[in-house]
Write a protein that binds this ligand. Structure first.
Ligand SMILES: [Fe+2]
Length: 321
């Protein structure tokens, strides 16, 4: 059974189930009631804003182009700044304020996902301790609220995941923690049968990124600086616990960031879309041939399509890969 047939099967099954219970229970959760509508949104990720490398000018160009598009809102896939992990309070405040000022140009609602570079002070090099104000995720939560959440828009259910977890040894790993797994199962359980769902998060649940380049000196894959098994940082280490939850539902796509490449992997009926990066190769040109850009997603009557758009930035220090 190919993915389209499976999707139709899921929807048909859900409609049948809904009809059976319609007399005693709502067919759809109230928040996703009604036929799925038509609209666009923008998935943009990995802005990595900083005062250097004309990054703020690049972000402003990207946000200005997004503003000109007929999109209802923006999903920001994380790594807003460069950097939070290894810096002190003065630097994180500087880059965060720069981001906030620059993002205003988008003039649309923005839903934020947390990236690994949005974690504050986690690496010992930062000079912080776990007791420091804003340490870890606290800094992000104070700015944007919960790190994982869901919302509804025009008959679609959106789920934003938190894929980055600080570790006790002052690093981080890509994982969906147990509490979030329970929340996700519960949240999916409340969505009406067959209702279309879009998922987003920073570190990919599924990606073939480790296949595209020679291993790095650190023993990683060209994108990871740590052994993949001991400390997953390229893809979510326990994706195997997440995928079965998603596969039971009408998940149209999962949008992901982190690797700065533009890629689609389709597995057991779910499409995993890695959405490039606004900063390209960390403001040094193209990343494995993929230019600076973002993803415009179109939803039409319960079906999904998307395109990758560049926005005309030229690095002042190109080191294209
Ligand atoms: Fe990034």
């Amino acid at each position: 059974m190919n993915w389209m047939n499976r999707r139709e099967f899921l929807t048909a099954s859900a409609m049948t189930a809904g009809a059976l219970v319609a007399g005693s229970a709502p067919l759809h959760a109230a928040s996703t009631a009604g036929a799925p509508g038509d609209f666009d949104f923008v998935f943009l990720t990995d802005t990595h804003i900083q005062p250097e490398l004309a990054a703020a000018e690049g972000c402003a160009m990207a946000f200005k182009k997004v503003r000109s598009l007929p999109a209802d809102f923006v999903l920001q896939g994380g790594d807003h700044i460069f950097d939070g992990l290894a810096v002190d309070r003065q630097r994180v405040d500087l880059v965060t304020q720069l981001y906030a000022r620059t993002e205003q140009a988008v003039e649309k609602p923005v839903h934020h996902a947390i990236g690994n570079h949005d974690l504050f002070g986690v690496l010992p090099k930062s000079g912080l301790t776990p007791e420091s104000a804003g340490y870890g995720k606290k800094f992000f939560v104070e700015l944007h609220g919960p790190t994982y959440y869901s919302f509804d828009h025009k008959g679609y259910h959106f789920i934003v995941l938190d894929t980055v977890q600080p570790t006790a040894d002052r690093s981080w790993e890509a994982r969906i923690d147990d509490e979030q797994l329970s929340w996700l199962a519960n949240d999916l359980g409340k969505v009406g049968p067959g209702a279309p769902i879009v998922v987003a998060g920073h570190v990919p649940l599924v990606s073939a990124a480790s296949e595209y380049a020679a291993p790095t000196a650190q023993g990683g894959s060209g994108v990871a600086a740590a052994p993949v098994v001991a400390r997953p940082q390229t893809t979510v280490g326990n994706a195997w616990q997440v995928l079965p939850l998603l596969e039971k539902h009408n998940v149209l796509a999962v949008f992901q960031g982190h690797t700065h490449i533009n890629e689609v992997v389709r597995f057991r009926g779910v499409q995993y879309v890695t959405g490039g990066a606004v900063c390209g190769n960390w403001w040094h040109g193209t990343r494995w041939g993929i230019p600076e850009g973002f993803t415009v997603v179109s939803l039409r009557g319960g079906k999904i399509d998307w395109r990758y758009e560049t926005y005309g930035f030229h690095s002042i220090d190109p080191q294209n890969t």
